[in-house]
Design a protein around this ligand. Structure first.
Ligand code: GAL
Length: 991
């Protein structure tokens, strides 16, 4: 092993050479040059290749070109290795601080020009905004230094090595280093120079750093300015032109706080920014100041004196083609999308994002928890033995990381909390980081979830605590022990504001129970909301050998160790498509609430501080989903935290269809993130006149029968349905299986008193054990009456004595065909069931069923614990759009509470189905898909689903909830489907 590498990997201190101290990422008028662009590149499999490439005159003519910024594993179609995905696991031996000799090492070179007029500059600095994981820098053959800290900025003084005109920079980047042990976040390992490289001229008399610490109190703003500049740089002038402010400070000693009257405060809802310049005669810095005061009072987290509720997302920097390379346009659209879905907060999991992201957060309005680049989760496997977090040898490296984090982003009003990192155990180095933050920035609290006992952090934070446990945390009276806390530590934690830094694991189809978590926030003011895990899937765009694109996850690149699709756990699919869970989130997090009371509705404004002057309230009435009337509600402006009682319009009630009133709160004018009319919140009121379901007609004269039979549009052979309205049909057959969701496959210990689940064993495993995916049928009887047919069958699986009796009665009721199915489980079924449904298979034929129109809940899929985004109405969809393209195929597409369904083929009606409620008023849901649950369960990626033109219609009396057991609690007992007898009644007609 060459000496440099051994020095690097055993040296846990962060940087060497001419590395400069951290400072703000400033918008300055000092000259700068981007060194982004095409560099020459060579990849070596080990770190031991000779360093001769750093020489000025080295001939790199045979090297490839690579774009900077980029990750080399995402360039060159695999020529430079492949991405690796692990969650907790280290993809190298746990041998800290050493890494293997097999250490992919990228050498970069490029020429650049230093303009002649830069000779005035006092210094020239080369800045790297992000390099994974450790690098060494040479300029014109001089070794300048090196640094680690992948998602942190590093600046080097290169003045003495530069000359006007042509220069050469060489950089060696190692994929693995000692730093990898403290950068073990759950994400792809993506080496390379992946953020900007900039050459910056520092003028004599310039401003090294500036910090505007702003506050807001009682209608007054305050700016405390910290200027870092040589004495000779003074006078320094601060200007805030919009308020006519100009202050000139002759010397550093004159710099004084400023009280500013007549300012509007900054909040995530009204992100009011003021342009400020801080200048010397040599340099001018432009900042955008937002006035806000962050404060903890008792167990409340307040901004500008008002409690904040985080409706947050954990945001990683990830893109299917660029990886962690920042694209401002995409990021802006992403943040605008968050705003459109009622997201008001971001945790920058688990490292500082590209610095521009914070400018966008200031401007669009988010409460930001800014997290340091630190995670040592892989030490968990060793019971945290050797964890750097409690090893003094790593103290300086930890401090360097938090300094770089805070210093770079300290000017942003959107940042309201600093987070020390994620899942790094606990220990003295974390306490040291916290102490440093407290001393440097008393204006913002410190967060770190791993400080369970609350020894050095200001807020109490947890991830994935269940609804019950979260409620316990919010409740004063309870003495329930808190995780990893003695009673005294627990009592201390209860004196602090609480937030869920992660909850609602959004992997695949789910999560359920968003509304239950939300309800707690409004009952227990100590609970300040939380951050969904996570905003988007991290799929990497790849192609199958036969050229079909797909989003790859762990294992798709032949990794030695990996964590499969655990990286696909976002509310947004890899291609930016919001999943139904994001719509559910939007409905649950809506900042305006409605409560109907007779002929009035109470409208409550749940915002932090903004009133409702930006909103309009529209209403419309539908009869069986057909619009009949609409208008605007006259609503006074409602202040934050207040309610208004408003009279409802006169609602025309239909005697023979359902009558629904819908009220939408919409934006009255366009904003930076949504057009005028964008819906913020929706509520529905059922004003239907009661209409009894037709009674079940009891048939007294059954007789044994077989042979063929026609009942209206239905044709039977030997008691089995073969055609409906002239089309081939198979079924209905009992379907108890659904393609397991990622939550169904989850085996967490969190089973929420659900007596049917087993801690540590997934429901999917139990379903497979009991054979729900491979049910067989034995016909017990076929009977006929004058205009009816009855079959009784026993359904069970190989090697199981458990069974379900299914009685199906087909009858003509007037000129309508009715199917009534009674589903009766035997005793002894031990688990929850995924569904209780009947499945019709509609094979292709000349005109395959390819779409549906329905009246029921829609437009998107819904499940018992995820119903808040669904509304009652009339919807239509192609068969393809009824399913969500989850990265790993799984249960999808269930539409609840169906009243009427029309199956269509190329726009022509094929079959019409009306559901009748059971005796408890419950209606079935439906799923229409090209694939059976069994086929879906076998596919690891969408491209592995077989080609099909068959349509499978499943009518479900019930579905199991979703839960979030992929990482968190199982389905709440109320929404768990235990085996039970159910009835499905349908009226079926030709289209
Ligand atoms: C948390 C972790 C996240 C992610 C999540 C599961 O423990 O902080 O980074 O791994 O679990 O997806």
């Amino acid at each position: 092993m060459p000496s440099r590498l051994s020095a690097y990997v055993s040296d846990t201190a962060p940087g060497r050479g001419a590395l400069r101290t951290a400072r703000s990422w400033l918008h300055s008028d000092a000259p700068r040059r981007s060194l982004n662009g095409l560099w020459r590149f060579r990849l070596s499999p080990t770190a031991s290749t000779a360093e001769d490439f750093a020489a000025e005159d080295f001939d790199d003519g045979g090297w490839d070109g690579i774009p900077v910024p980029s990750h080399w594993v995402l360039q060159g179609d695999g020529a430079y290795g492949r991405p690796i995905y692990t969650n907790v696991q280290f993809p190298f031996p746990i041998d800290p601080p050493h890494v293997p000799d097999e250490n992919p090492t990228g050498d970069y070179r490029r020429h650049f020009d230093v303009p002649a007029d830069w000779s005035d500059a006092e210094r020239v600095v080369l800045r790297f905004d992000g390099v994974e994981s450790l690098f060494t820098l040479w300029v014109n053959g001089d070794e300048i230094g090196g640094a680690a800290g992948s998602r942190l900025a590093h600046e080097f003084d290169v003045t003495s090595s530069l000359r006007p005109g042509d220069n050469v920079v060489a950089v060696r980047v190692h994929q693995w280093s000692a730093a990898s042990y403290v950068e073990d976040q759950d994400q792809w390992w993506l080496p390379g120079i992946f953020r900007d490289v900039t050459l910056i001229a520092r003028p004599a008399g310039g401003i090294e750093d500036v910090w505007l610490r702003t506050g807001f109190d009682g209608g007054r703003g305050r700016i405390e300015t910290e200027v870092t500049a040589d004495a000779a740089a003074f006078p320094v002038t601060l200007r805030l032109p919009e308020l006519g402010i100009e202050r000139v400070w002759a010397t550093a000693a004159d710099v004084a706080p400023l009280d500013v009257d007549g300012v509007e405060p900054w909040s995530a809802e009204r992100p009011r920014l003021y342009d400020v310049t801080v200048s010397t005669s040599a340099e001018s810095i432009t900042l955008r100041a937002g006035f806000r005061t962050v404060e903890i009072r008792g167990d409340r987290f307040l901004v500008n004196g008002r409690r904040v509720v985080f409706h947050g997302m954990n945001r990683h920097e990830t893109h299917p083609e660029r990886g962690r390379v920042f694209d401002e346009e995409h990021a802006r659209e992403d943040l605008a999308r968050m705003k459109r879905f009622n997201v008001n907060a971001i945790r920058t999991s688990h490292y500082p994002p590209h610095p521009r992201l914070l400018d966008l957060a200031d401007e669009l309005g988010f409460w930001v928890v800014l997290e340091c680049d630190l995670e040592t989760h892989g030490f968990d496997k060793l019971g945290w033995a050797g964890n750097p977090s409690d090893d003094p040898a790593w103290r300086e490296a930890y401090l360097d990381r938090i300094r770089r984090t805070v210093e770079r982003d300290k000017n942003h009003p959107s940042i309201v909390i600093w987070s020390l990192g994620n899942e790094a155990g606990t220990g003295g180095n974390l306490a040291a980081m916290s102490a440093w933050v407290h001393a440097r920035d008393p204006g913002r609290p410190v967060h770190y979830e791993g400080d369970h006992a609350g020894e050095y952090t200001d807020v109490y934070s947890r991830m994935y605590s269940s609804v019950l446990e979260t409620e316990e945390i919010g409740t004063d009276g309870s003495r329930a022990p808190l995780l990893n806390c003695t009673p005294a530590q627990g009592a201390r934690q209860r004196t602090k504001p609480f937030l869920l830094c992660e909850y609602a694991h959004a992997m695949g189809n789910g999560p359920g129970a968003l509304d239950q978590y939300e309800a707690l926030v409004h009952e227990h003011p100590r609970l300040h909301g939380g951050f969904v895990w996570e905003w988007r899937d991290h799929g990497i765009l790849a192609t199958t050998p036969d050229g079909r694109p797909y989003y790859a996850y762990g294992g798709d690149f032949g990794e030695v160790v990996h964590d499969g699709n655990f990286v696909m756990d976002g509310m947004l699919l890899s291609d930016d498509v919001p999943t139904p869970s994001l719509h559910e989130y939007k409905a649950v997090a809506a900042p305006v609430r409605f409560a109907f009371d007779g002929d009035e509705v109470a409208i409550t404004n749940l915002r932090h501080s903004a009133d409702t002057s930006d909103l309009r309230f529209r209403w419309h009435v539908e009869h069986d989903g057909t619009p009949v009337d609409s208008g605007d509600l006259q609503v006074p402006v409602v202040a934050a935290g207040e309610s208004a009682q408003v009279a409802l319009p006169r609602i025309p009630v239909s005697p023979d269809s359902e009558t629904w009133l819908t009220v939408d709160a919409v934006l009255a004018a366009q904003t930076a993130w949504a057009p005028d009319g964008h819906v913020i919140a929706t509520v529905q009121l059922d004003r239907s006149a009661p209409r009894p379901a037709p009674a079940v007609r009891r048939e007294p004269h059954w007789r044994r029968s077989d042979g063929t039979l026609t009942l209206g549009i239905a044709e039977f052979v030997d008691g089995s349905l073969v055609r409906l309205a002239g089309r081939a049909v198979a079924g209905p057959r009992l379907e108890l299986f659904r393609a397991p969701t990622d939550n169904d496959e989850g085996a967490s210990q969190e089973v929420e008193e659900s007596d049917a689940s087993i801690a540590g064993v997934s429901n999917a495993e139990l379903w497979r054990r009991d054979g729900l995916d491979r049910l067989t049928t034995r016909r017990l009887s076929v009977d006929r009456a004058a205009s009816a047919l009855r079959t009784i069958a026993k359904v069970s699986a190989a090697n199981s004595a458990l069974s379900v009796i299914v009685e199906s009665v087909w009858s003509l009721e007037g000129d309508e065909l009715e199917l009534r199915v009674e589903i009766e489980p035997s005793k002894g079924w031990p688990t929850v069931w995924p569904r209780i449904g009947i499945r019709f298979d509609l094979p292709d034929g000349a005109a395959p069923v390819d779409g549906a129109e329905w009246f029921g809940l829609g437009p998107l899929e819904s499940y018992p614990d995820s119903l808040r985004a669904a509304r009652t109405g009339r919807f239509s969809s192609t068969i393809g759009d009824l399913s969500v393209d989850y990265a790993r195929p799984q249960e999808t597409g269930h539409r609840s509470r169906l009243r009427q369904l029309t199956l269509t083929s190329a726009g022509t009606e094929v079959l019409r189905i009306v559901t009748l409620p059971d005796t408890r008023g419950r209606r079935p849901g439906f799923t229409l898909s090209r694939h059976t649950p069994q086929q879906i369960a076998r596919a690891g990626h969408p491209f592995q689903l077989p080609d099909s033109t068959t349509s499978h219609l499943i009518v479900d009396a019930a579905q199991h909830g979703l839960g979030s057991r992929a990482c968190g609690p199982d389905v709440w007992p109320e929404f768990a489907l235990r085996p039970e007898a159910r009835t499905i009644r349908l009226r079926i007609a030709a289209g």
